[in-house]
Design a binder for this molecule. Sequence first.
Ligand SMILES: *Cc1c(COP(=O)(O)O)cnc(C)c1O
Length: 367
Amino acid sequence: MGDRVPLSVPSLGAQEAAYLTACIDEGWVARGGRFVREFETLFAKIAGVDHAVSTVSGSAALHLALVDLHVSSGDEVIVPALTFIATAAPVAYVGATPVFVDVDPATYCIDPAAIEAAITPRTRAIIPVHLYGHPADLDPIRALADPREIPIVEDATEALGSYCRGRACGTLGTIGAFSFNGNKVITSGGGGMLLADTGARVDHLRHLTLQARVGGTVEYLHDEVGFNYAMSNLNAAVGLAQLKRLEEFVEARRALARRYAEGLAPVDDLTFCKEAPWARCNFWLMSVLVDERVRGRNRTDLMRTLDESGVDSRPFFHPLNRLKPFRALEGAPTPVADRLHSQGLSIPSSANLGRDDQERIITLLGG
Ligand SMILES: *Cc1c(COP(=O)(O)O)cnc(C)c1O
């Protein structure tokens, strides 16, 4: 058997290696090195904001967002049902309750009408997720949240390089969180980033990543309980090299999306993911929905067909309100999330997926 076609893998090169070597040569591998500063500076510039705070992971970034917003026990946080568990886990870390709501059938992202129905006096934050890289439309969400002074934490972990109505995902809410784990659009070998709406919030988030240690003295003085969540120089070195190639990666994914859309258009039981007219999608993970009523095949059949030819694919995320840690929570039904989960299949989406593999996958899917 030859090499399998993976779902989403990074392309790493000479620049990553050179920066890593520089860390060793300069004797600085831990947090607080020059690559950390350079990575944050370039990241903020690309997002069009003044400052960014790097973290050890996207999960840590989301956790810190909720700590900064003082979300705690007795509070509710509105989360889409269809997302990776790391969106909701930080809500549990701070002792609050996730309230799962349904998603929009066109964008697969959180449905504003479902948010409105779920808001209570205990709602302390809303976490829209830009799912699979497609922006959630923040305009209607802000129209609900802003008058009620409910902060929005954007889970932009999958959406680096995506734009909602011309503005970078992750800059549209109170706090935005990104991830650079191994299968995201860029990787730092593990890591995350935070953006925030005010300089004071940025400073506080940074303070929290550094054990909340008070500067300017050799004494170990801490003014609150913080975390060991700051990114290392080694991770930032890889992240910086990757970030410099962000546009190249996003353009490659967008070209792949165009080819899939064209190649799969004639396949009557498949719906390839679409970009909304107001959005620019990074196409982190591309997908098809399989309508079993048309040809009798379902997404599990399709997954097997691909697997037997050495092609990786993944079912959509399991609706979180159906999973063991959250099953007991009460909540409104989520029929769209349930349907998308049963029909949705993510297909190989790497920026470096070769032409031959692209055509082979389209053929295997029936195009
Ligand atoms: C990847 C991801 C995270 C977490 O990021 P890590 O860096 O892996 O901790 C959170 N939410 C979503 C939706 C993700 O896809």
